[in-house]
Ligand binder design. Structure first.
Ligand code: DX5
Ligand code: ZN
Length: 218
């Protein structure tokens, strides 16, 4: 595995002091920011006005995960705000190719996410339009859930397709990533790991990031 990126999710950070919480993960490859609209998922987090401000102070690139309806309408603004990558859900996008192209032309990496029960095969033709494919390893909506091993065969099939495409697309997993489960996700071919509670629930987030990275590389 050449790429091995750790993206702590600020969903598990202290929302009353997000700027400082971002400083605590300055060793990470990016900060994963979960936008939830209370429609696509039954939870509500933050949106563009907050992200624009975080973007200005963050020591690491922002990796946006949009769990929202109508990403075709709302996602490009996150790319225009300077976010490094913008991932939208396959289940919500009306015109995913058009949207991915818009994100890229606004200077962001384009990501496509699938929920645990959504097959990945219908979307593999889109790989040339994408910089990242996100296989959700929990039902989106909340941090602190248990990793769903049932997603591993899909992750393996996605990894094979990414490899056949030339390995340029990052393969991200999100949900239930710990020092234990990251081994199975890495073995199945993931190379970009989101971790919320495993990083922000730790005494020392920098040490937790290093431990996850070391374990995934082993
Ligand atoms: C869940 C979010 C995740 C969440 C992961 O819907 O997309 O990014 O923060 O949290 P953990 O790592 O605690 O499962
Ligand atoms: Zn996420």
């Amino acid at each position: 595995m050449t790429r091995c990126d750790i993206h702590p999710s600020i969903l598990s950070a202290d929302f009353s002091r997000l700027g400082e919480e971002l400083q605590r993960i300055s060793d990470a490859d990016a900060a994963h920011v979960d936008v939830m609209d209370n429609h696509f998922v039954p939870n509500l987090t933050l949106g563009l006005p907050v992200v624009e401000r975080l973007q200005r102070v963050s020591p690491v690139p922002l990796d946006m995960h949009l769990m929202i309806e109508d990403p075709d309408r709302w996602a490009p603004a996150y790319a225009e705000a300077g976010c490094a990558s913008v991932t939208f859900h396959a289940e919500a996008a009306k015109a995913p190719v058009k949207l991915a192209r818009e994100l890229r032309s606004a200077g962001a990496k384009a990501g496509l996410a699938v929920r645990p029960a959504t097959p990945v095969e219908p979307y593999l033709d889109l790989l040339p339009e994408l910089d990242m494919l996100l296989i959700m390893t929990v039902e989106p909506g909340f941090g602190g859930q248990s990793f769903l091993d049932v997603t591993l065969p899909k992750l393996r099939r996605a990894a094979a397709a990414v490899e056949a495409h030339g390995g340029t697309v990052a393969l991200q997993v999100d949900g239930g990533i710990t020092e234990e489960t990251i081994v199975r996700a890495a073995e199945a071919g993931a190379d970009t790991f989101v971790a919320g509670s495993a990083v922000y629930g730790a005494q020392d987030p920098a040490a937790a990031i290093a431990a996850l990275r070391d374990t995934a590389r082993r």
